[in-house]
Design a protein around this ligand. Structure first.
Ligand code: IMP
Length: 176
């Protein structure tokens, strides 16, 4: 089965404008408070890089965590693995999880559970894309870039079998 790169769903200019607005919302919410920013590898690295450079305070702590449920291709395995939390000292801290996309919600709900066990003061989620029609667990991000329909998308950090991550726009991808 091969994958076909489809049309642009969200272009770079639209993404850029939305990320700036999200950064403004996040800055307003946290004010001058110190923040632990946890980008979820690998898909969120581009979004997070754009986001943090627009936050007014430059002394936030950034720790990457790894979570995923996609073994390969465009279908979730449903089994979520979380790594990188072992040495994370977030007790009493404000935590902002930065995720590329919420699909079924299984990845984020597993990650949220693990993070909350470490006793943070507050946990919020910033997500670039949300596919609410695919949800299997009830979950809503606190800061959402775009709601999209049930399509598999790539680009701007999101991949399909490690392909298409570096595209500057978000495209639809399909199997053929
Ligand atoms: P969930 O656990 O089903 O919510 O899936 C979340 C994870 O699946 C994301 O962090 C992505 O890595 C991956 N994912 C879900 N939908 C897409 C998509 O359309 N494109 C690329 N990755 C996706």
């Amino acid at each position: 089965m091969s994958l076909r790169l489809g049309p642009v769903l969200i272009g770079r200019d639209e993404i850029s404008k939305r990320v700036s607005l999200l950064a403004g919302e996040i800055a307003t919410y946290y004010g001058s408070q110190e923040l632990f920013i946890l980008p979820v590898l690998t898909g969120s690295f581009v979004f997070c890089a754009d986001l943090v450079r627009q936050l007014p305070h430059c002394n936030h702590i950034i720790r990457f965590v790894k979570a995923g449920s996609y073994g390969s291709s465009i279908h979730s395995s449903g089994k979520v693995s979380v790594n990188g939390l072992e040495k994370l000292d977030i007790e009493g801290k404000n935590v902002l999880i930065v995720e590329d996309i919420i699909d079924t919600g299984l990845t984020l709900s597993t990650l949220l559970k693990a993070i909350k066990q470490k006793g943070p003061k507050d946990v919020k989620v910033a997500v670039l894309l949300d596919k609410p029609s695919r949800r299997k667990v009830e979950l809503k991000a606190d800061f959402t870039g775009f709601e999209i329909e049930d399509k598999f998308v790539v680009g701007f950090g999101l991949d399909c079998n490690e392909q298409f991550r570096c595209l500057p726009d978000i495209h639809i991808v399909s199997e053929e």
